[in-house]
Design a protein around this ligand. Structure first.
Ligand SMILES: Cc1cc2nc3c(=O)[nH]c(=O)nc-3n(C[C@H](O)[C@H](O)[C@H](O)COP(=O)(O)OP(=O)(O)OC[C@H]3O[C@@H](n4cnc5c(N)ncnc54)[C@H](O)[C@@H]3O)c2cc1C
Length: 664
């Protein structure tokens, strides 16, 4: 059967209104229209062609990325795209480059940590990209441990300047994207020293390169850190190193919103609370969670379409073979990932709301909800990016051998995506921050302080520590209250168990170190509860379109029940559910897979991704996989000639002289 017919047939099976689902996925009709327009704008522009990336040399790839980024910036201005439009436009360009770091890190750092005067001076330049910036925090010796950074910024009252210096090799800045070759400026984090006193790590705006000829300024050694994981992929980015040799900058280039240094060299913390920094982190991490849903959806879209096209075994009497998507094993691996894409989308939407709420509270000097918002965004960033990188790799395997081809789009997607588990906070380190917050919350339970927000369930500790799940039949697992209670009881019991174990240690920090692995698990359980509860909350809203809500319900319970299956050890060891109830959950899960099956292709169509964005022969909308795989193969440079270069030196000598003219 032709792939085209095959996918058209699949689309005809859908039991819901795909166009309405596209709007639910996008968040609103307006958001859908913007996303649809921007993705098509990028796809129709030949400059954004993505072919050949795998076979480009590093230099070609880098230059090609510069060209695309410059072209994108020109278009954004010419078409007067709004902030929302240009963010989405850049996303669909799908090439890590200097625009990302400039807008995602450099500009927000100045906005969040600069004084009004500093913002007035630097933001107009940055907004017009007359200067190009990056974010230079990590060093060769320290990343997660920011307090361990070694670069110094020593105030010199004689000259009214800071002297930036890299005292050791390990103090070299190492990793910042856009630093190696492109940026003219950076926000650099260094230990502030005044009058011989170390005040810890602070941010400084530093010019790195001459604006005339782009050469590094005297006192600055700078370069690219080398090739990274995967061909193409993140190698379009110039992650760089940077060393200072007593490099001087004016005093007013210290970012002084949170603390400042006076002309006399006095260090003055401002009355603006340091927690304000959390606001920026909540914003950045919220974006990362939304991006996790996009990347997961992209991989799942490829694997779902291909699983509907691919047929293996099962032909009887010469009939057609079975579509691999009909195998329960394939469904059991694929459908939870499809459900996760939707789940992460909705939790990302909620985080966006949370960020707006936090920002409004901060403006009114209300910092009460910040620690909770900070902990849950850190945890969700960690949980969703880990699940997404694992999910992309699973999708590659779901596509069998062809998934390993570059043109499947999955190897590059994985290579570009996987560092999300590390940047903006290593995922384990972030989950430990959640665990610390949970331990604090548990400790305060007896004091009568009612926990709020995502930890509100802990306020019902008495009930949740003792309750037994009342699930009696498989359909009970479609009851939102029963599902939520199971997730709440499991999360609370894991947190309380850690807290009780911690009490056994005289020294709390030593106890924390000893229990790190359990604490991470408790953090993950809490985050999974958040995602499940936000999905359930989404279902309570008014959702338009024939059959749309029903599909979302199926996805929601697939998400929740696959987690129960995957983390069964947690649910059983905390006595949250019985083995019989676990078995009922599994039965329900299988039934949900059958209900989802006819809708699978339409559910990934609802992401509204263009073939350009997917960048995958296996995930093509028309399903025309096999002829296109051939086309891609023939484009490979190795196929430029029939006899390969090197034949005469390395192959011919193997073949004996007297055999050469023979046809054996
Ligand atoms: C693609 C990419 C882009 C980047 N871009 C930038 C950028 O633009 N600017 C910038 O400043 N930096 C950037 N970074 C650096 C990034 O922020 C750091 O790599 C990250 O913060 C992790 O720090 P690390 O590398 O020191 O890891 P480490 O902290 O050394 O982690 C190594 C291992 O130790 C574990 N570990 C560490 N501490 C603990 C602990 N307390 N308890 C338990 N386990 C622990 C971690 O879980 C991990 O498994 C980038 C990194 C990558 C990969």
């Amino acid at each position: 059967m032709e792939g085209d017919d095959n996918l058209a047939h699949e689309r005809n099976k859908a039991e819901f209104d795909v166009n309405e689902m596209k709007i639910v996925w996008a968040g609103s009709r307006q958001a859908f229209e913007v996303s649809n327009r921007m993705s098509r704008l990028v796809a129709s522009d030949p400059v954004f062609d993505k072919s050949n990336r795998a076979v480009m040399t590093r230099k070609e790839l880098f230059k090609n990325t510069l060209r695309k980024s410059a072209h994108a910036w020109k278009l954004i201005n010419e078409l007067c795209l709004s902030d929302e439009e240009s963010t989405i436009f850049k996303y669909f360009m799908d090439q890590p480059g200097f625009l990302d770091l400039h807008w995602r890190m450099f500009v927000p750092a100045i906005k969040g940590q600069g004084t009004e005067e500093q913002k007035q001076k630097w933001l107009p330049l940055a907004n017009k990209m007359q200067i190009i910036g990056c974010y230079a925090q990590t060093e060769l010796g320290h990343g997660s441990n920011v307090q361990g950074l070694e670069t110094t910024a020593t105030f010199n009252p004689q000259t009214d300047q800071f002297i930036l210096h890299s005292p050791t090799q390990t103090s070299s800045k190492w990793w910042p994207g856009g630093l190696g070759k492109v940026s003219t400026h950076a926000v650099v984090y260094a230990r502030l020293i005044t009058n011989g006193k170390d005040h810890g790590v602070h941010g400084f705006i530093v010019q790195l390169r001459n604006l005339d000829d782009h050469s590094p300024l005297p006192g600055i050694t700078i370069g690219d850190i080398g090739v990274k994981f995967g061909n193409g992929a993140y190698n379009s980015m110039d992650n760089g190193f940077l060393m200072f040799d007593k490099f001087c900058i004016p005093r007013d280039q210290m970012l002084m919103r949170l603390s400042k240094v006076t002309r006399e060299g006095k260090y003055v913390p401002s009355d603006v609370p340091r927690q304000l920094m959390y606001g920026t982190m909540v914003s950045v991490r919220q974006t990362i969670v939304s991006n996790a849903s996009v990347a997961m959806a992209r991989a799942v879209c490829i694997a779902t379409r291909y699983s509907a096209v691919r047929r293996q075994f099962g032909s009887q009497n010469g009939g057609v073979e079975t579509q691999v998507i009909d195998y329960k094993t394939q469904q059991n691996r694929l459908f939870p990932l499809l459900a996760s894409a939707y789940a992460f989308r909705f939790v990302g939407e909620w985080l966006k709301w949370l960020y707006t709420d936090v920002t409004q509270r901060l403006e009114a000097s209300d910092f009460a909800t910040l620690p909770e918002a900070h902990a849950c965004t850190a945890g969700l960033k960690s949980m969703t990016t880990s699940a997404t990188s694992d999910g992309i790799e699973e999708c590659r395997k779901l596509c069998g051998g062809h998934g390993y081809l570059w043109c499947s789009g999955l190897p590059e997607l994985f290579a570009v995506y996987v560092p999300a588990c590390t940047y903006e906070g290593d995922n384990v380190v972030l989950q430990l921050q959640v665990a610390r917050f949970l331990m604090k919350t548990v400790a305060q339970l007896s004091s009568g302080n009612a926990p709020a927000g995502t930890t509100a369930y802990m306020g019902r500790a008495k009930h949740l520590l003792q309750c037994r799940s009342s699930i009696q039949k498989a359909e009970d697992w479609l009851n939102p209250a029963m599902v939520l209670e199971a997730f709440e009881a499991r999360a609370l019991r894991m947190a309380v168990s850690c807290a009780n174990n911690l009490k056994k240690f005289e020294n709390q920090e030593q106890g924390f170190s000893e229990l790190l692995a359990d604490l991470v698990e408790a953090g993950i359980a809490h985050c999974q509860l958040i995602v499940v509860s936000k999905f359930i909350a989404k279902l309570e809203r008014d959702i338009k379109g024939k059959g749309v809500k029903n599909q979302l319900k199926n996805l929601c319970y697939i998400y929740a029940l696959h987690l129960i299956h995957k983390h069964l050890g947690d649910f059983l060891s905390t006595n949250t559910i019985t083995p019989e109830q676990a078995s009922l959950a599994n039965n329900q899960l299988r039934s949900l897979y059958s209900q989802l099956r006819p809708n699978a292709v339409a559910l990934v169509d609802a992401f509204d991704y263009t073939d350009h964005y997917l960048g995958s022969v296996l995930g093509r909308y028309d399903g025309n996989v096999y002829p296109k795989l051939f086309e891609e193969a023939l484009k490979d440079p190795l196929n430029d000639s029939v006899v390969p270069d090197g034949y005469h030196e390395y192959i011919r000598p193997f073949i004996k002289q007297d055999l050469r003219s023979a046809r054996l």
